[in-house]
Design a protein around this ligand. Structure first.
Ligand code: WTA
Length: 630
């Protein structure tokens, strides 16, 4: 196997002395011996208004249920219970704008006031338990308030990343039949306004379900307000209905908390459904025991709340642990490539959780940007979203962490809700390996026919044990849930990733085995990119693949068959790129194009992406016996 595997970083003594889990071998062994007992003990650290009858109900597997019969609400544990302790006066949220002179802070007490205000307004607008509320907001405190307010009253939030186009937003609103959309006038993106309200207007024009749109004033941009449908949040907040206490609804443990759309191998995004009881136990536990977060931590997760990382580890996990959440609106390089380090230094960030793409981007600007700042407050670093290459790992460890901060690489998915493979800070770390299954989990690497492969051999990564924060189903599509994740190997969860395990039990994730591409850590489906391209007048047919990219991890490369009358050119490529940005999202812009005469297909008409990839990389095309044409 790889030589990097010999490279092992032992945890520093001061980290072990202070850790929640000092002897990880003992914790791992105890949890492996009785996973349900492990999870029951963790659930016991949180508040429930009625205890559970059963920790895990497997009777309807793979539709697993956790903590059945219990009543709870994630907001009781993330906010309300802190108000009864001295934590009420500590900072729950520090927010810094893209213009870093704009700062807003909220104690747990003030956070609760904001959430109550939002919840009162939602109730007054007729939002009921089980209703799906679409949230299309930028990285501003209101996204946290709106999510928590939905949860508080038993509504289900559906957060759509505020970089998706009106078409993508429309498809997600329609699928969920949301009656209410929460948005802002605009968002700041590298000094420019991104017109969120205009995008919502275009999206809801064709969404019959939407009755109300609540608009947060953020950029101060002029927007068109529909007199019946649209409401400024500022105006609603002044009304008497917004004032006063709002009770947190006590719900069944299995009541839905949110749906989150994510890309799969077809053009239609999947709505992953998570519930209150299990999700709160999973996110609370993994941030506490795997990441070693304490309430004294100032925790900065750089992800957007529009993705699962933002849901689990910007909003819910840290608040469940009573930590201080640090949230920054801007990107890592705007206005200068040391903005991250300036914020770490000034705000005394203790744990920084970010993506390999951000690390690789910052690394290219050189060490001097980092070295001009005092980063001694940092004690832990984290990585998520895609494999971290050993070179980026070493840079993060040495230049940012000054060889003192363990790097917690966390492998997980929208579907898993919480970390699945990671190292805890007291474990030895191997650059490039995500680590070991979390306590209570067992992972394996299977061959095509479901046998475990020998250590060091690549295969399909599967998870053998159910876990509390697992998705419960695909909203409105339970058959697809069973087919996608549980049918290839009955009884175990298919992750969709390829991986190897080494002789120490560490997992080395290689990447996706399906038609999902991780571009800069963002999850995209080739079919979504293809259908965006297909609506361009020049395009007859298109195939998208992921190719390795030094900074982004993967870049999108497209083979396009042109309609007659169109010729390949740089201008056409740019027009195709813009078209994908406008019809799907700027994050999905293809890097490169080929314009072949034909696409390689099997006799049954399936595009052979393997052949396209080999052609684009100038490699051997392999076995072409099933190819229909060249
Ligand atoms: C990939 C993001 C390697 C993986 C939390 C997975 C990773 C997909 C890692 C899920 C990691 C995530 N190392 N690969 N630490 N974390 N992945 O749903 O391919 O956006 O299947 O969830 O990201 O992407 P998603």
């Amino acid at each position: 196997m790889k030589t990097e595997q010999q490279e092992v970083f032992e945890p520093p003594a001061e980290i072990i002395d202070d850790a929640w889990v000092k002897d990880w071998r003992a914790t791992e062994a105890a949890a492996a011996a009785d996973p349900q007992a492990y999870w029951e003990a963790r659930a016991g650290e949180l508040e429930w208004s009625k205890p559970w009858d059963k920790v895990l109900d497997e009777s309807g597997a793979p539709f697993y249920k956790w903590f059945t019969g219990a009543r709870t609400n994630i907001v009781t544990n993330a906010v309300d219970r802190h108000l009864r302790t001295a934590r009420r006066n500590k900072l729950a949220l520090i927010w810094v704008g893209e213009d870093t002179s704009k700062v807003r802070t909220f104690s747990y007490f003030a956070l609760n006031r904001e959430v109550e205000r939002w919840a009162n307004i939602l109730l007054a607008m007729g939002v009921e338990k089980g209703d799906i509320v679409t949230i299309y907001l930028p990285r501003i405190p209101e996204i946290v308030f709106a999510m928590l307010a939905c949860a508080k009253i038993g509504a289900v939030h559906s957060v759509i990343f505020a970089g998706y186009s009106s078409e993508a937003l429309n498809a997600r609103i329609d699928d969920s039949e949301s009656k209410l959309v929460i948005t802002a006038d605009g968002s700041w993106v590298n000094g420019k306004v991104f017109p969120l309200k205009d995008i919502v207007d275009a999206a809801v024009k064709f969404s019959p379900s939407v009755e109300n749109v609540v608009v947060v004033r953020n950029t101060g941009t002029d927007v068109t307000m529909d007199t019946v449908r649209d409401h400024w949040f500022d105006d609603l907040a002044k009304l008497p209905i917004a004032k006063g206490h709002c009770e947190t609804a006590q719900l069944d443990s299995e009541d839905p908390l949110f749906i989150l759309y994510t890309s799969g191998s077809t053009g239609k995004p999947k709505a992953i459904l998570h519930t209150h009881g299990g999700y709160q136990v999973g996110t609370y536990t993994t941030l506490k025991y795997s990441f070693d977060i304490k309430e004294s931590d100032r925790w900065w997760c750089t992800a957007d709340p529009g993705w699962i990382t933002g849901h689990s580890y910007l909003v819910y996990g840290p608040l469940l642990n009573g930590a201080t959440v640090f949230m920054a609106e801007g990107s890592p390089t705007y206005p200068y490539p040391d903005v991250f380090w300036q914020l770490v230094e000034y705000y005394g960030i203790t744990a920084l959780y970010t993506a390999p793409t951000a690390i690789r981007t910052l690394m290219r600007f050189g060490d001097a940007w980092v070295n001009r700042h005092d980063l001694s407050s940092l004690r832990l670093l984290g990585s998520v979203g895609e494999p971290i290459n050993p070179e980026a790992w070493r840079w993060f460890h040495h230049v940012v962490g000054k060889d003192r901060c363990p790097i917690i690489d966390t492998w997980w998915q929208t579907e898993t809700g919480m970390f699945q493979i990671t190292t805890v800070p007291t474990m030895p770390q191997k650059p490039g390996s995500a680590g070991r299954p979390v306590f209570g989990q067992e992972a394996a690497i299977y061959d095509e026919s479901g046998h475990e492969v020998p250590d060091g051999t690549e295969g399909f990564l599967v998870l053998k044990n159910p876990w509390p924060a697992m998705m419960r189903t695909l909203y409105k599509d339970p058959d697809r849930y069973v087919e996608t994740y549980w049918e290839k190997y009955p009884g175990v969860y298919l992750t969709g990733d390829a991986a190897k395990r080494d002789e120490d039990g560490y997992i080395w994730v290689i990447g996706r085995t399906d038609d999902v591409i991780k571009v800069s850590g963002h999850r995209l489906g080739t079919a979504e990119v293809e259908s965006a391209l297909a609506s361009h007048p020049a395009v007859a047919e298109a195939a998208a693949i992921g190719l390795p990219h030094e900074v982004k991890g993967n870049a999108i490369h497209c083979a396009v068959i042109l309609n007659t009358g169109y010729e390949p050119s740089k201008e056409l490529e740019e027009s195709l790129r813009q078209h994908v940005a406008e019809t799907l999202s700027p994050i999905a812009k293809p890097d490169g194009f080929d314009f072949p005469e034909k696409l390689p297909k099997t006799r049954s008409g399936k595009i052979m992406r393997r052949v396209l990839r080999a052609r684009a990389l100038g490699q051997d095309e392999g076995d072409l016996s099933t190819l229909e044409n060249g």
